[in-house]
Design a protein around this ligand. Structure first.
Ligand SMILES: NC(=O)c1ccc[n+]([C@@H]2O[C@H](COP(=O)([O-])OP(=O)(O)OC[C@H]3O[C@@H](n4cnc5c(N)ncnc54)[C@H](O)[C@@H]3O)[C@@H](O)[C@H]2O)c1
Ligand SMILES: O=S(=O)(O)c1ccc(CO)cc1
Length: 491
């Protein structure tokens, strides 16, 4: 497939080859080339941002009545649904996620556009009765050009989560997808164009983060960056933003605690813990990667968990039965292998996995077996660093205080899971655990109307939810004088 034609990229509505170097997208299950493009040059970035700003000011998108913008975004949702299967297959080729999961991601992308279409139509400016002889009004204005910088693990979902509210709010958007997975962002831009988003309002600039991402973030016409990715990149972006006094939202890494109490429904908890860590091959910011099990249940639970983990269907992402596909790249697999070696050298006990699967079907892809390391201590590096792969570390706890002290002892605070039949324990622990999202007797479930984001090193700001649109707008308070008398001094 390496004689594939070079794909055009979208520079402010013009589909053409970028002026930068060639980059290829590999299918992680086989290493085959599934996409080739030329990255944008820095001149292309400049042109895209200048034209996006021009389109923002002249296309009339920001001035459209909200229901008119909503109609276009509803069409985007409709087109995504009509093309759901090809989009799901493209996402599978782009990053190797099993087809069952990519179908869910595509459905969620359509729902995201639908939700923000409705949010834009129903968002009201507020008028408040006020002190004195004036009426006050709080209104929201679009910002101009905003940037969406996304990672490789769930491109269509993270791109929809940024594009939909940013467009709903009336902005122009520059999307910078991850180097490894540019294909979905390009398709989404085509769909937006077809649905009636004005030309020039959306650009897709794939390329190296340290070059293209940096140039976008620093550009004076870029008024906001919505970033999803690693914590160190997020901090770098926050520094640039501070210099520009630019608002940012940062959806970053995690090392989420899953807690199984002594009274948990064991079957459900085993299933939930497995899904929480091994779906998406653990390449998920919210992966439940640190497991705490009540000491009285620990031995039995680990035995059942290990047996089920070892039996998970690892294999071809195109196969409907596959539960775990390959990792994104050979290099990422090497990083996971070195984390496992580190955990074992720290004293962890390998219960299952810890190696590549054997067999002809695994030879070309970047596969790794579901891995569980027990007997760790929460302050070991294997428990503190985000691995972003199919590696679960497990340890017992003695009581609620001990559990909370360990669960909260992390620089990350993105998500947590609690498995218990006792609603009072669930409430107490759920309130005391430090995390942006807490799942009780479930895991890794989402509603577009519920805000999502992290605390501490897991991020700043929230995406989704009714207020998700407001982060793409500047708020303005207006005072209307109602007094016929001249303004008095010093009131
Ligand atoms: N909290 C969330 O919602 C969420 C969701 C998915 C992934 N993540 C996190 O993403 C990480 C994995 O993704 P990744 O490896 O692609 O992350 P990454 O930080 O390396 O890259 C993310 C994006 O940032 C770009 N980038 C890199 N350097 C940049 C710079 N200097 N300026 C601007 N942009 C730059 C990359 O090109 C890419 O598009 C994990 O840490 C994971 O936890 C978080
Ligand atoms: O890291 S992922 O599991 O892909 C993921 C996708 C979406 C969201 C928020 O909607 C969070 C994490």
């Amino acid at each position: 497939m390496s004689n594939l034609e070079l794909l055009p990229i979208n520079i402010a509505g013009e589909w053409r080859l970028g002026g930068g170097g060639e980059s290829t997208t590999l299918y992680p299950a086989t290493g085959e080339v599934v996409g080739r493009l030329r990255a944008p040059s820095l001149e292309d970035v400049e042109e895209a941002i200048q034209k996006a700003d021009h389109a923002f000011r002249t296309s009339g998108w920001a001035q459209k009545k909200p229901h008119e913008r909503a109609a276009v975004l509803h069409r985007v949702a409709q087109l995504i649904r009509e093309r759901a299967e090809p989009l799901a297959q493209l996402q599978r080729l782009d990053n190797g996620k099993p087809i069952k999961e990519t179908r869910m991601l595509v459905a969620s992308a359509a729902a995201t556009f639908q939700f923000f279409a409705a949010a834009c139509e129903t968002m009201e400016e507020t008028i408040t009765p006020s002190r004195g002889d004036f009426m006050t009004m709080s209104v929201y204005e679009p910002m101009g050009v905003v940037a969406a910088i996304t990672p490789w693990n769930s491109p269509i979902a993270s791109e929809a989560q940024k594009l939909a509210p940013a467009l709903a709010a009336g902005n122009a958007v520059v999307v910078k997808p991850a180097e490894a997975t540019p294909l979905l962002a390009l398709e989404l831009a085509r769909i937006c164009e077809e649905a009636g988003v004005p030309k020039g309002l959306v650009s897709v600039l794939p390329g190296r983060g340290s070059v293209i991402g940096d140039a976008i973030t620093k550009h004076p016409l870029v008024k906001r960056v919505s970033f999803t990715g690693g914590t160190s990149t997020g901090k770098h972006i926050a520094h640039i933003a501070a210099d520009k006094m630019m608002p940012v939202s940062l959806e970053l890494g995690g090392k989420s605690a899953t807690m199984v109490l002594a009274d948990a429904d064991i079957d459900h908890a085993v299933n939930g813990v497995l899904y929480g860590i091994f779906s998406s091959s653990g390449e998920s910011c919210i992966a439940g990667s640190r497991l705490f099990v009540a000491r009285s249940l620990h031995a039995e639970f680990m035995q059942r968990l290990t047996a089920k983990a070892a039996a998970l269907q690892v294999g071809d992402p195109a196969d409907e039965r596959t539960q775990m596909g390959p990792l994104i790249t050979a290099k990422h697999r090497e990083s996971i292998e070195s984390y496992v070696a580190l955990g074992l050298s720290e004293g962890g006990r390998l219960l299952t996995g810890g190696q590549r699967p054997e067999g002809a079907q695994f030879e070309r892809g970047y596969y790794y077996r579901p891995t569980i390391i027990d007997g760790v201590k929460n302050d070991w590096q294997i428990c503190q660093q985000e691995i972003f792969g199919p590696v679960l570390v497990a340890m017992p706890f003695d009581n609620e205080d001990d559990l909370l002290a360990q669960a909260n002892d992390s620089v990350y605070a993105l998500a947590a899971g609690i498995w218990t039949r006792d609603y009072k324990s669930a409430w107490r622990i759920g309130r005391a655990v430090q995390a942006g999202t807490v799942w009780i007797n479930t895991y890794k479930q989402f509603s577009i109307s519920t805000p999502f984001g992290g605390w501490r090193d897991s991020g700043l700001g929230r995406e989704k939810g009714r207020l998700g649109i407001q982060q793409y707008m500047e708020q303005k308070s207006m005072y209307w004088g109602l007094n016929d008398q001249p303004l008095a001094w010093a009131n």
